[in-house]
Ligand binder design. Structure first.
Ligand SMILES: Cc1ncc(COP(=O)(O)O)c(C=O)c1O
Length: 158
């Protein structure tokens, strides 16, 4: 947080921030609650937007889940991104964003400029899955499956 604050002090080079706060790849590091709160305060103080990228958030093997940055955002500065790639189908390239409506609109325009839009068929498949299945139950099963894989991998390494 100190390094981040230091980098934001210079208005000429100040930039918005990107973070993977849960199980960052490859270190696996997760931002503690106090650091999350500190990050929100820094974003408010330095008037920057923070992109919270959370594709691994649901695959937690132990301990209690931490609140998303978005849920403790006090000034609509957090853009929260989620993805179905670890919890539904790898490579599906369908996810979600939670942000200030004005920012969402601008993100939509950037998306159109980048690739027109995400595959309609893939979005429909994700939507159908959400309608017909209980996502929390599905994720609980996935956690067990990933956990077993972790055990096998650690045993093989040891
Ligand atoms: C940190 C992070 N964010 C986003 C993505 C991409 O997600 P999606 O497949 O939904 O585009 C990945 C994929 O590997 C990732 O590691």
């Amino acid at each position: 947080m100190q390094a981040l604050e230091h980098s934001l002090k210079d208005t000429a080079t100040r930039q918005n921030d990107y973070t993977v706060p849960n199980f960052q790849n490859p270190t696996g590091v997760t931002l503690s609650l106090s650091r999350r709160q500190e990050l929100i305060e820094i974003a408010n103080d330095y008037d920057v937007i923070v992109l919270e990228d959370t594709p691994y958030r649901h695959i937690r093997f132990s301990g209690d889940p931490l609140p998303t940055l978005k849920s403790i955002d006090t000034q609509w500065r957090i853009i929260h991104l989620g993805s179905f790639f670890k919890i539904l189908v790898p490579g599906l390239r369908v996810g979600w964003a939670v942000a200030d409506p004005d920012l969402l609109e601008q993100m939509g325009l950037l998306k159109v400029a980048a690739d027109t839009q995400t595959s309609t068929q893939d979005m429909a498949a994700a939507s159908l899955f959400l309608e017909r299945c209980d996502l929390d139950t599905h994720i609980a099963g996935l956690r067990l499956a990933y956990r077993r894989k972790e055990d096998v991998m650690l045993t093989a390494i040891r």
